[in-house]
Design a protein. Structure first.
Length: 324
């Protein structure tokens, strides 16, 4: 079977075409902004403008036509309302025009589900992106969030810190590069609160220390990463201990970071569990993960009536019953 997936919860519009075990196409375009941050209006215009050319590109790359598609999936939430509506409207229009079934997919769940295309069965997922930071895993028939950020996403924290250092956007890769030259660990507020995370205190203190002029920026970048990532690894490890699961996956845009990968790998090896990171184009926001999850849902008998395709800005991870 073949599924078409449209992703558009935030700044990236992505269109993916997949079968049960293969990505046939996965194309995207990300709205570029000077400073990062949330721009609902621009994201909406961006998605609306690029839908048609990206769809054409995806079909071409996959070597299929709309008639070959078995199910149309779209990112139903969580995300920016106006951006979500562009994507849902496009998915509905395609479903009506080509008389295809349609399913709405939870974005956070799709980030983890795509790892199953690679033989992962039942992982604990660390999902780290600009706006999201979550540790999630299946418990019974639902994904449960074991820990999440109480304020900003780790990606945003890195972006804001980089901006203060005058490094531009996106900041994550720039902080990573700078951190490689760090020599000394500078104490910063640790980000774990119970099972949850909080990065705003860490961010404020790192900026304050930078402005004091008393510290090397390389050391600050290094210490920022060490402190934030240690917190992510701690919460992930506790979720693994609680669930006794044997796989851990790293997904989301921040999964590009090699230091974070290394720290998680060490933790996984210590615990004797498998560690997996999908290829980067399936880690970042993308249509293939939506298509894949939609396909699994459809095969399990899930089909949405048109009135069920309304977008859910605050779509919770534990709202979806996982019957596939
Ligand atoms: P997403 O929100 O999933 O589109 O991912 C974008 C986020 O990933 C931005 O906040 C980037 O700064 C961050 N990011 C990208 N590459 C890296 C990296 N190498 N290290 C840390 N963060 C990164
Ligand atoms: Mg995402």
């Amino acid at each position: 079977m073949i599924a078409l997936g449209i992703e558009g919860t935030a700044h990236t519009l992505g269109i993916g075409i997949v079968t049960e075990n293969k990505v046939l196409a996965n194309v995207f375009d990300t709205l570029k902004t000077e400073k990062g941050g949330i721009h609902p209006k621009e994201a909406t215009e961006h998605h609306a403008k690029l839908l048609k050319p990206l769809l054409r590109k995806a079909l071409e790359e996959a070597g299929v036509s709309m008639e070959d598609i078995d199910v149309i999936a779209f990112s139903q939430g969580p995300g920016l309302g106006p951006a979500l509506r562009v994507v849902a409207t496009a998915a509905r229009a395609l479903a009506i025009k080509y008389n295809k079934p349609i399913v709405g997919v939870n974005h956070c769940i799709a980030h983890v589900e795509i790892t199953k295309m690679f033989g992962i069965k039942d992982p604990v997922g660390l999902y780290v992106s600009g706006g999201n930071t979550q540790v999630l895993a299946l418990e019974g028939k639902r994904y449960r969030v074991f820990g999440e950020t109480l304020d900003i996403g780790i990606g945003n924290a890195l972006d804001v810190f980089a901006r203060e250092l005058g490094l531009g956007f996106p900041g994550g890769p720039k902080i990573e590069k700078l951190a490689l030259k760090g020599e000394k660990y500078i104490e910063l507020p640790y980000a774990v609160k119970g099972m949850d995370l909080s990065f705003s205190g860490l961010l404020t203190e790192a900026i304050r220390k930078y402005k004091s002029g008393k510290y090397r920026v390389e050391d600050l970048a290094y210490s920022f990463q060490e402190t934030a990532f240690a917190a992510l690894v701690e919460v992930t490890e506790r979720a693994l201990a609680h669930t006794e699961k044997e796989e851990v996956v790293l997904v989301g845009g921040v999964a590009a970071n090699n230091r974070l990968r290394e720290m998680l790998k060490i933790m996984a090896e210590d615990r004797g569990v498998k560690f997996f990171v999908p290829p980067y184009d399936l880690c970042r926001d993308n249509g293939a993960m939506i298509a894949y999850t939609g396909l699994e849902m459809y095969k399990a008998g899930i089909k949405f009536k048109l009135e069920e395709t309304i977008v859910k800005q605050k779509f919770r991870t534990d709202e979806v019953e996982i019957i596939w």
